[in-house]
Ligand binder design. Structure first.
Ligand SMILES: [Zn+2]
Ligand SMILES: [Zn+2]
Length: 329
């Protein structure tokens, strides 16, 4: 089969690789679409994936074309979206409900062959069947949405919160859609790139600007969400949290990124600084929210490129042009 392969640091190609075969409790999915995200860029930079080469792609959906000997829940022809998380279920974190922090953390498309390919293998437990009205290609958005749902789980948002989101890429916009539906009093968004804010305005952001200085909220925001991973944005955001408010590190920073915190203010104003990593018991709910129209796939997916153009798709994503880019095998 044809697959995208990150061969070594900085080098992505499309190549012929062996067809996958399912284990007893696995299925083979013919991929309809696979999304690209910052994680794929980190893998390209030599981070996250323990070893290269790897077939990337952890945001995908498709049709079941083969089932393992022990699979009774799914059959050939079923359309599914795939939760990429592979937990050991044995370590202390798994056993205390923190599976996304598993000591043997693994994921399809990060540590094992992923969905940027014609076919991918997935455990039956990771597959969510798609309802009739959901287009298979669009369901590649369920994985990033499940990360946003996890972010909201961490925030424990209360009704009437004032929310500020840094970064109007796909993840920032997904946080915006969730914030609108979780009873926020206002949702503001900042991005240095003004054209990227057009989509935020289309989706009904309360106010948007290049910097929070242009937004009139000197008292700060109850929830500040970084969806950039950028040091300058994170540093600025930490200072924008209102008293008793929460800062969520949602964007993926480089390993070496450092910012300063203000311990006196954290103490004196009861500021919470927290993070959310990937997916935790949130994929099923994301699939249900998606099926109920929590976001418009035609707004969120800006580019559908052929799998052959995977390296170019990575370049386009890295340049910040467009929103969710998916490759179509
Ligand atoms: Zn992703
Ligand atoms: Zn574990």
């Amino acid at each position: 089969m044809k697959a995208a392969v990150i061969e070594s640091v900085g080098k992505a190609v499309v190549a012929e690789v062996p067809d996958p075969t399912p284990g007893p409790r696995e299925v083979v999915v013919e991929v309809a679409a696979c999304g690209l995200c910052g994680t794929d860029l980190h893998i390209l930079q030599g981070e996250f994936a323990p070893k290269l080469p790897i077939v990337p792609g952890h945001e995908f959906a498709g049709e079941v074309v083969g089932v393992g000997t022990g699979v009774t829940e799914l059959s050939v022809g079923d359309r599914v979206a795939v939760d990429p998380s592979l937990y050991c279920h044995e370590c202390r974190y798994c056993r205390t409900g923190h599976n996304n922090l598993c000591e043997r953390w693994a994921a399809i498309g990060v540590t094992t062959a992923g969905g940027a390919a014609q076919f991918a293998v997935a455990p039956v437990a990771n597959c969510v069947r798609l309802p009739e009205h959901v287009r298979t290609q669009d369901a590649a958005l369920i994985e990033p949405l499940s990360c946003a749902v996890r972010g909201y789980d961490v925030l424990q948002s209360r009704l009437g919160a004032h929310v500020l989101i840094y970064g109007s890429g796909t993840m920032g916009l997904m946080m915006l859609e969730l914030a609108k539906r979780t009873g926020a009093a206002s949702v503001d968004m900042v991005d240095l790139n003004p054209t990227r804010l057009d989509t935020a305005r289309r989706l009904g952001v309360s106010a948007s600007a290049a910097t929070p200085d242009e937004l009139d909220r000197p008292q700060g925001w109850d929830l500040v969400i970084d969806a950039t991973g950028n040091a300058a944005a994170i540093q600025d955001g930490l200072g924008r949290v209102a008293k008793a408010g929460t800062f969520l590190q949602f964007g993926v920073a480089d390993y070496a990124t450092r910012v300063e915190i203000d311990p006196y203010r954290i103490y004196n104003q009861e500021i919470t600084i927290t993070g959310s990593m990937a997916v935790l018991h949130s994929y099923e709910r994301a699939a249900e929210l998606f099926a109920n129209g929590v976001l418009d796939p035609d707004v969120f997916i800006s580019d559908r490129l052929p799998l052959d153009q995977y390296p170019q798709a990575l370049d386009q994503f890295a340049s910040g042009v467009g929103r969710k880019i998916v490759v179509v095998p």
